[in-house]
Design a protein around this ligand. Structure first.
Ligand code: ATR
Length: 283
């Protein structure tokens, strides 16, 4: 059998989201399957609100091995699974489902994907470091949780809606020193932080000239990380680089969340370099 042919033995995977048209996950995972010569395939499914329960039942009925879940379904999907990994439960979102003979388990690979990317691409070791998070939405939850679990000595969370920052700080409070605040309070902590992680959509395509906070105080001992990956280099990162800070873009988080999902499904080490190449080529 040629590995790129779909046949009756092909193990199916997919991603459920709305919208889903622009997802790079199919390109990335199909390349990974080909790279390891696995008879498996991955497709995108446009699942509308109200259809998620039936779609998850379809994973069992059609014996898909694995599914990624993306916006807006990451929370609701937890109601339809048999088991939820402890970290995913604490984060409050599932982005990866593994089907073991009809038993569906939910995981969250966004946060650990982020930390692995930060380690491998920026050479940044989280343990003992102080972090400033910008944003407290769904993506920020996984990142903040994983940074705390990895041993960050403080995680400050600034957000437009301060109550959401405080809620997230309460979630990770048992793991590390944590506090929520508004953007106007950044001045109080800026001298002690080692890492800034931007987790909002500000600066994302098409609004590429936007930047969330004042960057004039950035300096060369700082690492600045942006989870936005379209564009690959945001205005925040450009300004950080101009100040001599180390920068880290968002593409790696996407690649590594996929790599962890791939590893759950296949039990094989993900071919990360090939996955990255496929995604970059698709831009
Ligand atoms: P995601 O799952 O992508 O994180 P989300 O849960 O809707 O999406 O969270 C979006 C984040 O971007 C939030 O932190 C949001 O701030 P609020 O909680 O105050 O809404 C932030 N955000 C979005 N647009 C913003 C803007 N124009 N200025 C500041 N923050 C913004």
């Amino acid at each position: 059998m040629k590995q790129w042919e779909i046949d009756t033995g092909t193990v199916m995977h997919g991603v459920f989201g709305d919208p889903i048209k622009h997802s790079k996950s199919p390109i990335m995972h199909n390349r990974a399957f080909r790279e390891l010569n696995l008879n498996a395939a991955y497709a995108a499914f446009h699942i509308l609100p109200g259809q998620l329960k039936d779609a998850v039942a379809g994973i069992r009925a059609m014996r898909f091995r694995g599914v990624n879940v993306t916006i807006p379904h990451k929370l609701e999907v937890m109601d339809y699974l048999d088991e939820i990994d402890e970290d995913a439960r604490a984060i409050g979102a599932v982005n990866t489902i593994v089907n073991d003979d009809g038993k569906l388990t939910g995981y969250n690979t966004d946060g650990i994907g982020y930390v692995r990317s930060l380690k491998e691409e920026a050479g940044f070791t989280v343990a003992g470091k102080k972090v400033l998070m910008l944003g407290a939405g769904g993506a920020a939850r996984g990142v903040a949780y994983s940074l705390a679990k990895e041993g960050a000595s403080a995680v400050y969370i600034a957000n437009r809606t301060v109550s959401k920052a405080e809620e997230l700080a309460a979630v990770i409070g048992p793991m590390t020193k944590a506090a929520g605040m508004g953007y106007d309070a950044i001045d109080d902590v800026r001298d002690e932080i080692d890492l800034i992680v931007h987790n909002t959509e500000v600066g994302m395509h098409p609004n590429v000239d936007d930047v969330l906070i004042d960057t004039s105080w950035f300096h060369e001992r700082l690492t600045v990380s942006d989870i936005v990956y379209n564009p690959l280099v945001t205005r925040l990162l450009r300004e950080a680089e101009a100040k001599g800070a180390r920068t880290h873009g968002g593409l790696g988080m996407f690649i590594y969340q996929g790599a962890y999902a791939f590893e759950y499904w296949t039990g094989r080490a993900a071919p990360v370099a090939a996955m990255r190449e496929a995604v970059l080529a698709a831009f």
